[in-house]
Design a protein around this ligand. Structure first.
Ligand code: MGD
Ligand code: MGD
Ligand code: SF4
Ligand code: MO
Length: 900
């Protein structure tokens, strides 16, 4: 094993430090970095499984061009880069700079992001560069700018430890920001209260003192009501409001007109009055309140207003800029914050400057000494793809994001790409739902292979460091961009020796003419984002850079909390209350589409699964696309738990398995965002999502689409395991799941094969030499077969007219056995362990691979009544802690069962 390299996790915005090692064979092991202030050694299960995702299976290792017949062939870098540069040059020459566009990602490193933004805005002269952060953080960005004058996150993680009350709004932190959630759990153990505002009862709610299951989309009323309540009850920091804010009266007038009375608010939000008042009183009573918000706030047609209505309450009570207090927008992606620093959004310039500010444009252009600077804000994500579809954009370069899965109205996005003259895709994976439509595929270096920086939710800049060799011909994203820039004639401005030089240029720009008075003498160019203390870093200093929170002072020290001096970034130094009238979401359910579709994340997958989909450990928890719904709605829709259903909206359709128990209220359904054409037959939920956007931020309303659920009729269900991948063509339904030494397929089909044996042998590619075990009950319609080669299980398939198939967990274990024993053979066709208790059940604790049956048995037999007891007995829950809410529920269920 090599020396451990200290780097940063490439998943969520918590920004955990990771110590990573690779051995000579490329096997990677990781552990949490105890010295990193974001996580102090902890990792969640996704971080802990990083070593299972760095293999080269499915990687894009060479540039590729698409031929007329849709096939891809390998080309050299020069040919690929020339094709990109020629295409972009031609489009600009013939149609002007706004005929080209970039769609980039909060998963790029700051250095990658900086150069592509510089190329678009300063050299090509277009602001048509937007990013998946538009889908993620843009409402928070817009709210920060309205309230504070700049996109600034006031609080830090340490504030969670010091808070007396933590309010989570539209955040399933137990699953999505697990290591931050552990801090909240610690604060709770020390006496803090936790309130969760979410229409669903999520894993996060398991730990809450109070859950407010508000009607989707009604957050603005909830916080307008809180503002009125605080004002009416004298919970106002008048000194702070007078000295440091502006606009209270207008905000209060709107709030009290529509939400001045808690009973009205309770009915608008669909919650019990007593619960609402309990929340308002908790907020009123505690000085140290952190309100952490995420996609339940941002991804809404009133996302910006939701965030401002919440910030208003912190401003009124003066609970901001103090230890343990503040509104806290938690970032989704590892570098959502870094992308915002370098101005990756279509309406921003670099270093927190604004495109619409002439002084800012002049500062940035002067610093870059660039030939031009984009004069108008560019197209935001949804509009950008619409412009592609309409043919206004002729050349599009997509980097580090998978829009055919993740944008709303995703089938329309796919059609847009199909009609575009030139689509360039930089990715680490060869085949994604997006890259199949590219004309040029460019292989990027991935996590562990590349070097640079990311910024976490609390403004902490951390290094991602390389510990693996570059595979194939893959290159760093920044380098690819610079190569194209050179071919476009901008060699001098894009001549960087490495990420260090780019980072220093970015740091210098943050300090350049900062705090300078504008034309009217007011500090028009004052920005809080200031990395002056990092502007003189040399290469070794950059390599050794310790995690630091911006603003970074000249002596290199960082800043944990903003606004402690009460000075905001508006020209007059004051924060703004924003009047936020409540607004209903764009589309309401109706007779045709009676249910409301909410979409989001599950614990163990990351976005479109290109990386987490490789990990057997992460596949165990929830392994198929599903639609979570209330039993009454299932009944009404004619579907049953465990069966397949089609979910239909005005925009598109998908197929998923019906599930209960996800804490969903009647009238709503929840579908995870992760599955796509690479992992399932028809499970891109983006195809269904309405493309409606927030009018201020342009962020789509991902959590509020009317849908209908209907049966997906099939004649048989089945599953199969294979040591090799199996073909899926012709199956009505399939989902592919990565296992320890196999691929698993869940399948279903409209027609039963005439002769199951012939069909199964062909599908599993059973060679004559192998041993073929078979069982058929033709009357019951049950068929099972297994292929054994040299005493090792090679593949097996189970078919039934019903989805009541045997346990996959026990069968999966057989793939780990070098030789099948007699008992295994007997059990194989029964699909059951011959000895009772041999089936661990579905995975609950992914870190230690502990299944539900094992946990339930232990709870029963050892009379365990706390998660800590389960951890002591089985280790389950003892590592990342993400499964503790589930263990708690199993304990509660066991006890409820024994009382009954
Ligand atoms: N495991 C995992 N973790 C991740 C990711 C991942 O893919 N997988 N992705 C990362 C990224 S990029 C992001 S942006 C974050 C997202 O992190 P979160 O925002 O926590 O995750 P989501 O599941 O998108 O949505 C959060 C919650 O909003 C609720 N919600 C829906 N509508 C409303 C509403 O009207 N009001 C309120 N108050 N709540 C509502 C949903 O029910 C859901 O539980 O997660 C990050 N972490
Ligand atoms: N319905 C619905 N849709 C949503 C959301 C929702 O809640 N509901 N959430 C939205 C949000 S918040 C987000 S953040 C988006 C995320 O959606 P996407 O950004 O589309 O999802 P990812 O799978 O993270 O895509 C990242 C891509 O970059 C590739 N990649 C990984 N590392 C590198 C690298 O170093 N360089 C390059 N060039 N490529 C790399 C990966 O293989 C992958 O193809 O989804 C959005 N879409
Ligand atoms: S909480 Fe998990 S996914 Fe997020 S940065 Fe930490 S280890 Fe990575
Ligand atoms: Mo996100």
């Amino acid at each position: 094993m090599s020396e451990a390299v200290a780097t940063t996790c490439p998943y969520c915005g918590v920004g955990c430090g990771v110590l990573a090692r690779a051995d000579a064979a490329g096997t990677v092991s990781v552990e949490g970095d105890p010295a990193h202030p974001s996580n102090l050694g902890r990792l969640c299960v996704k971080g802990a499984a990083l070593g299972e995702t760095t293999d080269l299976h499915g990687r894009l290792l060479h540039p590729q061009l698409r031929a007329a017949d849709g096939s891809f062939h390998r080309v050299g870098w020069d040919a690929a880069l020339d094709r990109v540069a020629d295409g972009f040059r031609r489009a600009v020459e013939q149609h002007g700079p706004d005929a080209v566009a970039f769609y980039v990602s909060g998963q790029l490193l700051t250095e990658d992001y900086y150069v592509v933004n510089k190329l678009a805005k300063g050299y090509l002269g277009t602001a048509n560069i937007d990013t998946n952060s538009r889908l993620c953080m843009s409402s928070a960005v817009a709210a920060h700018k309205r309230a504070f004058g700049e996109d600034l996150v006031p609080a830090c993680y340490e504030d969670l430890a010091q808070a007396e009350l933590v309010v989570l709004v539209g955040s399933n932190a137990a699953w999505c920001h697990p290591v931050v959630f552990q801090r909240i759990a610690q604060a709770k153990a020390a006496g803090a209260k936790l309130v969760v505002v979410d229409p669903r009862f999520t894993a996060t709610c398991e730990s809450a003192d109070l859950h407010l299951p508000i009607k989707p989309g009604t957050d603005v009323w909830l916080f307008n009501g809180l503002l009125s309540f605080l004002f009416q009850h004298g919970v106002m920091d008048a000194g702070f409001v007078d000295a440091h804010t502006d606009g209270l009266n207008a905000a209060l007038a709107v709030a009290s007109a529509e939400a001045g009375d808690p009973a009205t608010v309770a009915s608008l939000c669909g919650v019990q009055l007593a619960d609402l008042l309990a929340f308002y009183r908790l907020f009123a009573r505690h000085e140290r309140v952190v309100s952490l918000f995420s996609q339940g706030v941002n991804q809404s047609t009133s996302g910006t207003d939701k965030a401002n209505s919440l910030i208003n309450c912190h401003l009124l009570s003066g609970r901001i800029g103090k230890p343990g207090a503040g509104p806290f927008s938690i970032t989704g992606q590892p570098n959502a914050m870094g992308g915002r620093e370098v101005g990756g959004l279509a309406n921003m310039l670099a270093a927190h400057m604004d495109l619409h500010e002439p002084t800012h444009r002049q500062i940035v252009q002067a610093f870059w000494a660039s030939p031009r600077i984009a004069a108008e804000p560019g197209l935001k994500a949804v509009a950008l793809f619409e412009a592609v579809r309409e043919g206004r954009i002729k050349a599009l370069w997509i980097m580090g994001t998978n829009p055919v899965v993740s944008l709303p109205d995703a089938d329309r996005v796919r059609r847009a790409l199909q009609g575009c003259d030139l689509v360039v895709c930089s990715d680490i994976i060869e085949r994604t739902d997006t890259s199949v439509h590219a004309h040029v595929r460019l292989p990027a270096l991935g996590w562990g292979e590349k070097d640079g920086t990311v910024t976490s939710s609390e403004r902490r800049i951390s290094r991602q460091r390389r510990f693996l060799p570059a595979p194939g011909e893959a290159r760093a994203d920044w380098r690819i961009v610079c190569e194209v820039a050179k071919r476009l004639g901008f060699a001098e401005a894009f001549d960087y020796a490495g990420p260090h030089e780019i980072f220093v240029e970015h740091a210098r720009l943050t300090a350049f003419r900062n705090h300078e008075p504008g034309a009217d003498g007011r500090p028009a160019a004052r920005r809080h984002l200031h990395l002056g203390g990092l502007a003189a870093l040399d290469a070794p200093g950059y390599d050794a850079l310790a995690p630091v929170q911006w603003p970074v002072r000249e002596d290199g020290s960082g800043t944990a909390r903003l606004f402690e001096d009460g000075r905001y970034a508006h020209a007059d130094g004051r924060a703004r209350f924003v009047a936020t009238p409540g607004r209903v979401p764009a589309h309401a359910p109706d007779r045709e589409y009676p249910l409301l579709l909410n979409t989001g994340r599950i614990r163990d997958q990351w976005h479109t699964m290109t990386r987490t989909g490789k990990s057997p450990r992460l596949a165990g928890h929830l392994s198929e696309p599903f639609v979570d719904m209330h039993p009454h709605d299932a009944l009404r829709s004619g579907v049953r738990e465990g069966e397949l259903a089609r979910v239909v909206s005005r925009w598109g359709t998908m197929v998923a398995r019906v599930r209960h128990g996800g804490g969903i209220q009647a009238g709503q359904v929840f579908v995870p965002i992760h599955w796509n054409d690479q992992f399932a037959s028809d499970a891109r939920v983006g195809a269904l999502v309405s493309p409606e956007i927030d009018p201020v931020s342009g962020q789509p309303e991902f959590k509020h689409t009317p849908v209908q659920v209907e049966p997906f009729p099939v004649r048989w269900h089945g599953f199969a395991f294979g040591r090799r991948q199996l073909p899926t063509a012709g199956l009505s339904y399939w989902a592919r799941i990565r296992g320890e030494q196999f691929w698993r397929y869940e399948i279903a089909h409209r027609e039963r094969p005439g002769d199951c044996g012939t069909w199964a042998r062909a599908w599993l590619d059973a060679a004559a030499a192998a041993e073929w075990l078979e069982y058929e009950d033709a009357d019951a319609g049950i068929y099972r077969a297994a292929l054994v080669r040299e005493d090792r299980l090679e593949a097996c398939v189970f078919l039934s007219p019903r989805p009541d198939l045997p346990s996959r967990q026990w069968l999966a274990q057989l793939f780990g056995k070098p030789r099948l024993e007699e008992g295994d053979r007997a059990g194989l066709l029964a699909g059951e362990s011959p000895d009772a208790g041999g089936d661990p059940g579905p995975v609950v604790c992914a870190c230690f691979g502990v299944g539900r049956n094992t946990i339930c048995t232990s709870i029963r037999e050892k009379s365990l009544d706390t998660p800590a007891g389960v951890t002591a007995a089985l280790r389950a829950g003892g590592n990342c802690g993400s499964c503790i809410p589930e263990i708690r529920r199993l304990i509660a269920e066991a006890h409820a069962g024994s009382e009954a």
